[in-house]
Design a protein around this ligand. Structure first.
Ligand code: NDP
Length: 484
């Protein structure tokens, strides 16, 4: 068990175990071997986590914001110092290649801690003059919040939620995906080392029911979920019972539109990054690649050649460009999508099969052409390295087809005509759009979806709205007039 943590949970500043909880194995997707064995949180562990969060939050909220920010900045520095170890653990947890985890996971988590650590002291209210009387507003923390994460970016998701939550005076109880429970325990240790008081960032591991128990607890003021649309619907409904605030970062089927005049290699690079990074397990991926007919054949030729050259291999090898999928179940799901696409008449350009590497859950990077809007491949989220290329003729047509989906997470446009680029993105129904780029999500920019892809925004100043509430204080300066 090469990655066994001290215990399954981290509560009130210390590792906690309760062997009564259902056991579950953590598997390294690169080989299929068991690397750790954990127990799901029992009601006693969940209670301890919520009680300590409630206790710790009051004092934390009373601290000066600049002090809270300082703790986050120290945590960010520790993440950066230990980037190599944390990346190796993230690679074991998720199967993502070290080439990616070394630059994308702890590093983007540290970005979030730095951003919100710096922002903490700038969040103020306003004064509203009323000609004598006046109102002032205070931005207050929400209280005890719950974060629930998906398995594709465990460290980043935990940081994107904990950084604003803690910066603005909340406590967070976090449940990672049961598939990737290890990295967040390390983050909890780092927070304590950085000086965060115990109880403010608790990690409880386990399956869906652990998340469900957290979401319905009376002490919880807000739930922030990163996950699929079906889970989002369930969690949102459960949170609504208690009138809790929510942020929902859910799935997508995002369009990436390539016009005839686009720079060919940049467009191919964008489409590859937007379908093959993290073996395609990225929510904002541009999985419907609409290519204008004039550039289509050249695009497909270049794409096929570059895709076939992707280096698959052991994700612990820094030369590896693509690792396995996160689990055997995910691999089966993706392979079933491939078979379905073939049966529905899509043309397989390259890939399309399981790849034999170290008995891991590897899949060849796959491209389908001649995909039409009605095919399952163009409608459902696959969450694997499978790109669907669709043809289009003109601008109005592609905008209508790009928007004809229940999702609205992201969209991209490649063109040399910037007037057209702005005109098109203005009409695309998506929370994030890229022009001549794809899948860049800096902490400075708001991130989140419209339609079924979610509600609320993470990152940027927009997160202030979602991790605080505003209190209005009316101040009377004269005698009170009453009609009685
Ligand atoms: P799931 O929706 O299956 O799970 C997400 C989390 O919710 C997991 O921790 C899961 O626990 C937990 N959960 C499941 N049921 C409940 C419940 N009833 N109450 C509370 N919590 C519950 O997503 P995946 O982990 O499979 O991740 C993939 C999905 O996440 C994709 O759809 C992807 O698009 C989306 N995603 C969205 C992002 C965004 O920012 N918009 C970013 C990354 C991914 P457990 O795993 O233990 O069952």
């Amino acid at each position: 068990m090469i990655a066994q943590p001290t215990a399954s949970h981290f509560v009130d500043g210390a590792f906690v175990e309760d062997a009564e909880g259902a056991p579950f194995d953590v598997i390294f997707p690169g080989t299929g071997e068991v690397i750790a064995r954990l127990h799901a949180a029992t009601p006693a562990v969940i209670e301890a986590a919520l009680a300590s969060a409630e206790r710790a939050q009051r004092d934390w909220a009373a601290r000066k914001p600049v002090e809270r920010g300082r703790v986050l900045l120290r945590a960010a520095a520790l993440l950066r110092d230990r980037n190599r170890d944390l990346s190796e653990l993230e690679t074991l947890d998720t199967g993502k290649p070290l080439q990616e985890t070394l630059v994308a996971d702890a590093a983007s988590g540290a970005d979030a801690l730095e951003y919100f650590g710096g922002l903490a002291a700038t969040v103020t209210g306003e004064a509203i003059p009323l000609g004598g009387d006046f109102v002032y507003t205070i931005r207050e923390p929400l209280g005890v919040c719950v974060g629930i994460g998906a398995w594709n970016y465990p460290t980043q998701i935990a940081c994107w939620k904990s950084a604003p939550a803690l910066a603005f005076g909340n406590a967070l109880v976090f449940k990672p995906s049961e598939v990737t429970p290890l990295a967040t325990l390390k983050l909890a240790e780092i927070f304590i080392e950085a000086g965060l008081p115990p109880g403010l960032f608790n990690v409880v591991n386990g399956m869906g029911p652990v998340g469900a128990a957290l979401v319905t607890d009376r002490r919880v003021a807000k739930v922030s979920l990163t996950g699929s649309v079906p889970t989002g619907r369930r969690v949102y409904a459960a949170a609504a019972e208690g009138m809790r605030q929510v942020t929902m970062e859910l799935g997508g089927k995002s369009p990436l539109i390539v016009f005839d005049d686009a720079d060919l290699d940049s467009a191919v690079s964008g489409a590859m990054l937007g379908n093959f990074y993290s073996a395609g397990q990225v929510c904002s991926n541009g999985t419907r690649v609409f290519v204008q007919k004039g550039i289509r054949d050249r695009f497909l030729d270049r794409l096929a050649a570059r895709t076939a050259a992707i280096r698959l291999g052991d994700p612990r090898d820094e030369a590896t460009q693509m690792g396995p999928l996160v689990s055997a179940a995910q691999l089966d799901k993706v392979l079933a999508h491939v078979e379905g696409a073939k049966a529905e008449g899509a043309r397989l350009v390259t890939g399309g099969a399981r790849a034999a590497v170290n008995s891991g859950f590897f899949m060849q990077p796959t491209v389908f052409a001649d995909v039409t809007d009605d095919m399952t491949l163009a409608r459902e989220e696959v969450f694997g390295p499978v790109m669907a290329v669709l043809d289009f003729t003109d601008e109005a047509e592609v905008i209508a087809r790009a928007n004809a989906t229940e999702f609205g997470l992201a969209a991209g446009v490649f063109t040399a005509d910037l007037a057209r680029a702005h005109r098109v993105v203005a009409q695309l129904q998506a929370g994030t759009c890229w022009i001549n780029a794809y899948n860049l999500t800096p902490v400075e920019a708001p991130f989140g979806g419209v339609k079924m892809s979610g509600i609320g925004r993470e990152n940027s100043r927009a997160a202030v709205e979602h991790w605080t509430h505003v209190k209005s204080v009316y101040v009377g300066t004269g005698p009170v007039e009453a009609p009685y």
